[in-house]
Design a protein around this ligand. Structure first.
Ligand code: SF4
Length: 274
C-alpha cells in the first residue's frame, strides 16, 4: 500500500514521516543506482561504526522489488537492533524461529491477498540461520515455502560478545573462543541448494550491484517458484578487530560470490529480464 497523508495532518506529522511519504521509495521502482536521490527506508541505526551488516541492510532495502508490499522477518542478533528503525513492515521473532514465522505469514498473506504479491523476506544472522534456527530454516525449504531467506554472515555471535558460530572459519580466535574454532564453516550454500531452494546466491556488500541483482532474483523466484536463499558475507569489525575504515576491503572476497538456480528459476529470470 502506498502511504498518503490525510488532509489536515500535513503540518503536524513528524518531518521524517512526511519526507518518507513525499520522497520515499514506496511505489517508485527505485534501485541501488538511485541511492542518494530519495528518502531511504533506513537512514540511522545504532550498530558499530563500520558495521557491514548496516551497509548490507541498506543495500537489501534498496534492492526490494516492491518495498511497500514486503514484510521483513528478523530474529535476535546485531541486525535486530536496527530493524525497529526500518520503514518497512517488520517482525521480530524468537531466536531461530524466523523461517517458521515467515512461513505462516506468507501462507496467511496468500489467503488474505490472493491477487497481490506480498513478499516475505527473512533477514537474520548466521547464529539464527545456521545454528539455532537451522532446523526451522531447512524445514521451510523442505516444504518449498515461497519465502526468501537472507543470511547476514558476520561469522560469529557478535551481539553477545564474540562466541564462535558454525559459520566462523576454522582456526579463527574470537573474544569468547580463545582457543580458535576447531571445525570448518558450515556449507550453507550447499545445504540450501540440496534442501530445495530454487535460487541460491552468495555475495558481499563490496559488490552492491551484484547484491541487488541477487536479492531481486531471490525475491522474484520466491514469489513464483519456491524458497530462495542469499548469503551475504559481512564479517564483524568489532569482534574480528579490524578498523571500521577497512570494512569494504575485508568484505571484498570474490570467492564468496556464487549463484545457483534451478531450471525453472533460470527460465523465470530470463523471462523477467532480471
Ligand atoms: S558487534 Fe560486529 S556485527 Fe555487531 S554491530 Fe558491531 S560491528 Fe556489527
Amino acid at each position: 500500500m502506498i502511504p498518503k497523508i490525510s488532509p489536515g495532518f500535513e503540518d503536524v506529522l513528524p518531518v521524517e514521516y512526511r519526507e518518507l511519504v513525499q520522497d520515499g521509495s514506496y511505489g517508485r521502482n527505485l534501485r541501488i543506482k538511485d541511492l542518494g536521490t530519495f528518502k531511504e527506508s533506513i537512514e540511522e541505526h545504532p550498530l558499530c561504526a563500520g558495521c557491514a551488516l548496516s551497509l548490507s541492510i541498506r543495500l537489501i532495502v534498496a534492492s526490494l522489488p516492491c518495498p511497500e508490499d514486503t514484510i521483513v522477518v528478523g530474529t535476535t542478533g546485531c541486525n535486530s537492533i536496527l530493524m525497529p528503525q526500518l520503514a518497512i513492515h517488520n517482525i521480530h521473532s524468537l531466536f531461530g524461529n524466523q523461517n517458521a514465522v515467515a512461513s505462516g505469514l506468507k501462507r496467511a498473506l496468500k489467503i488474505r491477498y490472493p491477487d497481490k504479491h506480498k513478499d516475505v523476506v527473512v533477514v537474520a544472522g548466521d547464529g539464527g540461520t545456521a545454528d539455532i534456527g537451522l532446523s526451522m530454516t531447512m524445514h521451510s525449504w523442505f516444504r518449498r515455502e515461497n519465502i526468501t531467506t537472507i543470511m547476514l554472515d558476520n561469522e560469529g555471535y557478535s551481539n553477545t560478545g564474540g562466541q564462535e558460530s558454525s559459520m566462523t572459519r576454522e582456526g579463527v580466535v574470537l573474544y569468547m573462543a580463545p582457543l580458535g574454532k576447531k571445525y570448518p564453516k558450515t556449507r550453507m550454500f550447499e545445504i540450501a541448494r540440496e534442501s530445495g531452494c530454487a535460487y541460491v546466491a552468495a555475495v558481499s556488500p563490496a559488490s552492491p550491484r551484484r547484491l541487488e541483482k541477487m536479492v531481486r532474483r531471490a525475491i522474484l523466484v520466491a514469489r513464483a517458484i519456491g524458497p530462495t536463499y542469499v548469503q551475504i558475507y559481512c564479517p564483524c569489525a568489532t569482534n574480528y578487530k579490524f578498523s571500521p575504515s577497512e570494512t569494504l576491503k575485508r568484505t571484498k572476497d570474490d570467492e564468496q560470490i556464487r549463484e545457483y538456480m534451478s531450471s525453472d528459476a533460470k527460465e523465470l529470470i530470463e523471462r523477467l529480464g532480471e
